[in-house]
Design a protein around this ligand. Structure first.
Ligand SMILES: Nc1nc2c(ncn2[C@@H]2O[C@H](COP(=O)(O)OP(=O)(O)OP(=O)(O)O)[C@@H](O)[C@H]2O)c(=O)[nH]1
Length: 443
């Protein structure tokens, strides 16, 4: 039961490297041998002298980041990437989704398919494929989308989870909203779920919770991968006799119960600098009360939550009225993952409140709760909530709106036409996302 990770573009590769680093450190420090073995089998190939090789493929159109990523992993002395698990070229995609999707994707399809196939063949059983990429560049977003399409075709019965990094609102890439719209609309067809981290939100966590003064991508990626690890490391899902044998499949069935709703967000508590952590004590009721309110009020972190927002059952009078007007973030499904000391004593009833959810699904199918008594990544207790909710509506609306404004004057569209993306393609993408916005608004 292993997971193959496909890292694409600068962001995908940098996040991927940090992801394996977190997994390796966490499992190496774990006192529970079952947990360690399960984590290793899931994410690494183990050599004869117990050396760990990530079950990962690295793709980029320029060599610099790939070389740095491979070197950083090797330098850790704890794990490394496979010798022939990467593919790069000499020139990037120039932040142009069309270049990544229509040119680089098809041109290097065979090489990438081959790399993934070889990695998959080394798994006793494949439980899922995780791709990592940004929404804003050209390689990660365009080629990453093309690769996802190919993977869907090659592995029709395997769960595919796309992890995407949402660009800063005031981003560095002028066409980032175009790239984001094209990526998300296409992924909606091929992916089983799209798990989102927003750079702005994670930046805030680094500044306010971790007290970091000069925030780098490295700091941001540490937070992102702490979240990802807290979800994907071994955990008891239903039975407490063995760790989940199908983590990605179970993840999907817990969270994605309707093809119209595939956007997932993630919250984690507590988060703080290691210095503060050493002096802090947490209890489950306090952590879960904060996490529940973070969900309801759509807050990315425990600081500055609006405690006045209340869960409100969807009544007749609310129907057709977007719940965000009420300030309340309604969920379709939530997955709660608790890790650490005394986890069996944690009372999770607050997440089973029907008022949190849509009325057309039974609550029992809307909330899943997984746990493990093994502390995660240095935190004695930690709770993570993955949500399929209205949480991303605001960002999606804003991105689509900005892209549409640019498209209305056809700004920069010639750069996409050059690589075969037509006005109709843009319009189709807008239509797909307008539908997604409308569906989530109606929850
Ligand atoms: N969180 C995070 N975001 C990153 C990182 N590197 C780049 N980004 C974001 O990713 C977007 C740019 O995409 P990249 O991944 O750099 O681009 P690329 O996919 O390599 O594509 P090309 O440069 O066009 O070849 C911007 O929104 C950046 O803020 C990273 O390490 N971590």
């Amino acid at each position: 039961m292993s997971v193959v990770t496909v890292q694409v573009g600068q962001c995908g590769n940098q996040v991927g490297q940090e992801f394996f680093s977190v997994l390796c450190n966490d499992s190496s420090n774990a006192k529970d041998k079952l947990y360690k073995d399960c984590s290793h089998e899931r994410f690494f190939r183990e050599g004869p002298s117990q050396d760990l090789t990530a079950r990962a493929i690295l793709i980029d159109m320029e060599p610099k980041v790939i070389n740095q990523t491979i070197a950083k992993a090797a330098k850790s002395g704890k794990w490394r990437y496979g010798d022939k698990a990467h593919f790069c070229q000499k020139q990037g995609s120039g932040n142009n989704w069309a270049n990544g999707f229509s040119v680089h994707g098809p041109k290097y399809e065979e090489v990438v398919r081959d790399l993934v196939r070889k990695e998959v063949e080394q798994c006793d059983r494949l439980t899922g494929i995780v791709t990592m990429m940004s929404l804003a560049g050209g390689t990660g977003s365009g080629m990453g989308t093309y690769i996802t399409q190919c993977l869907r075709d090659a592995y029709p019965h395997t769960s595919i989870l796309n992890h995407v990094t949402w660009p800063y609102n005031t981003g560095e890439v002028i066409v980032q909203n175009y790239n984001s719209v094209l990526t998300l609309s296409h992924l909606y067809q091929f992916s089983d779920a799209i798990l989102v981290h927003e750079n702005d939100a994670v930046h805030k966590i680094c500044a306010q919770l971790m007290n970091i003064k000069h925030i780098s991508f490295n700091d941001i990626n540490k937070v992102i991968t702490h979240h990802l690890g807290s979800v994907l490391q071994p955990v008891y899902t239903a039975s407490s006799s063995h760790y989940s044998r199908n983590p990605i499949g179970e993840f999907m069935s817990s969270l994605v119960n309707h093809p119209e709703y595939k956007l997932l967000s993630i919250r984690n508590i507590p988060q703080m600098s290691s210095t503060s952590l050493a002096y802090s004590v947490f209890n489950w009721p306090g952590l879960l009360r904060h996490l529940r309110q973070m969900l309801i009020a759509n807050a990315g972190m425990e600081e500055g939550i609006d405690w006045a927002v209340r869960a409100q059952s969807a009544s007749k009078s609310d129907r057709g009225r977007p719940t965000r007007e009420l300030g309340f973030n309604r969920s379709l499904a939530n997955l709660l993952i608790l890790r650490g000391k005394d986890v069996s004593s944690a009372e999770t009833g607050g997440f089973k409140d029907p008022a949190l959810y849509v009325p057309w699904l039974p609550v029992e199918s809307a909330i899943s709760s997984w746990s493990s008594s093994v502390p995660f990544n240095g935190y004695e207790k930690s709770a993570t909530l993955v949500s399929n909710s209205q949480s991303l509506l605001r960002s999606l609306n804003s991105t689509v709106g900005k892209a549409w404004n640019m498209f209305a004057s056809r700004a920069y569209t010639h750069q996409y036409m050059k690589f075969g993306i037509s006005e109709e393609d843009f319009l189709d993408s807008f239509t797909v996302l307008e539908q997604v916005i409308s569906s989530y608004s109606q929850l």
